[in-house]
Design a protein around this ligand. Sequence first.
Ligand SMILES: Cc1cc2nc3c(=O)[nH]c(=O)nc-3n(C[C@H](O)[C@H](O)[C@H](O)COP(=O)(O)OP(=O)(O)OC[C@H]3O[C@@H](n4cnc5c(N)ncnc54)[C@H](O)[C@@H]3O)c2cc1C
Length: 468
Amino acid sequence: MSTATVAKGGRRAVAPAAQRAAGRPSWWPDLLAAATVFSLLAVVALWVRNRGLQDLFAGAPSALSSTGRLTGLVAADLLLVQVFLMARVPWIERTYGQDRLARWHRLTGFTSFNLMLAHVGLITLGYATTARTGLLREAWDLVADYPGVLLATAGTALLVMVVVTSLRAARRRLRYESWHLLHLYAYLGAGLALPHQLWTGTDFVGSPAATVYWWTAYTVAAGSVLVFRLGVPLGRSLWHDLRVAAVVPEAPGVVSVYLRGRRLHRLPVRAGQFFQWRFLDGPGWTRAHPYSLSAAPRPDVLRVTVKALGDDSWRVTRLRPGTRVLVEGPYGTLTGGVRQARKVTMIASGVGVTPLRALLEELPYAPGHAVLVQRARTEADLLFRGELAELAKARGVRLQHLVGPRAAPGSWLPAGYGDDAAALRRLVPDIARHDVYVCGPADWMAAVVRAARRGVPEERLHLEHFSW
Ligand SMILES: Cc1cc2nc3c(=O)[nH]c(=O)nc-3n(C[C@H](O)[C@H](O)[C@H](O)COP(=O)(O)OP(=O)(O)OC[C@H]3O[C@@H](n4cnc5c(N)ncnc54)[C@H](O)[C@@H]3O)c2cc1C
């Protein structure tokens, strides 16, 4: 979901161009990593200050408990980092993009979870060894007698559920909405762990420095979620009072939704970005869905184009004018801000053409310096034919349609175009000197990226995935 470079081995990293374009210094993206490392060092320092090291060398039971304390503290710290990463803080979103943040969220999440399990095991073992009781007996005593541990156990159970449903195999079997709803229980899980830290954790309240640190960390994480995931979207939606103005069919199962609102010129959105949308047309409004703008934003109107793929996108095709709309965003870094070259190539498949069509409208380029390669299964599926033809005429965009079923699994082309990379060079001979924007289904994009990498520098490849 972000503008990204594609590095060798398939890993994606934010284009340095995003920083340059935003006028930020080159060290800006390292700030978040530095803050995370600093917070982990602070946690370790507080543990050391609270006799963590001495306890480590004071016999086996004490060493087990001390290591258990440390793993618990680091787990709690990473849990808060993880919550903060997904709080949709605007400058963080703009710097890293949602794809990259989601990857870090997953990494810190699984690390935090494993450390939390280690914490539970080590503390129980340490206390059992000290008290010379069995493990199960000690576990029961901890839950029954120690303040807050029962709540923390419930929190742990919720986090186990969230982690299990986030394993790739389980996630594939779940509908996005079900997975997302279950995932929200992580907030409750994190909240339930807090009381036992307050009531029994000497590292948490043992010194003024520890108290200040942990309260600050909890406040920043919870405050960011409240402000940026609830307050700002709600405030923005009310302030702009967005409503559906018209729903216009574009192709079979595809509609454009025109939206009007107040003071839209104050909405800080650019072509290529997307919002999370909630259409208040009845049951189902609680589920937000991401849709990119399909036309450059105007002071009086916004437009999205939606392909009906499931229940909620079908609802969009039946929206009535006047329906109120809540938005969260704008998100995404697939904008003109990442541009480096004078020439641009847009490569789109299906409804993935939406943000690229908006970009072609907004970006500056000379006639002949922009190419749109548009992929569709059938002629009827080619979206915006009339509008793009007008754009081609008015601004000198070269349009290239690729229509037909895929030549082979793993290819981005219809039959008859030959080798993937050679075909791309034939379609756009000087592509090595272009910025290349790609949008469509994930596996199709992977094939485009493999072909483009043979010539296009990584920092000029900008991607938006339409899947989670
Ligand atoms: C950044 C981004 C921009 C997008 N822009 C557009 C656009 O301009 N036009 C368009 O037609 N589609 C767009 N999509 C895809 C669109 O969000 C999904 O098709 C839509 O959410 C399907 O919801 P559903 O309930 O109708 O279908 P479902 O049956 O629930 O899902 C159909 C597919 O959409 C995926 N999906 C469902 N909900 C979400 C969600 N909240 N976030 C991410 N993926 C989801 C599911 O994984 C599944 O693959 C975009 C997706 C992303 C991630």
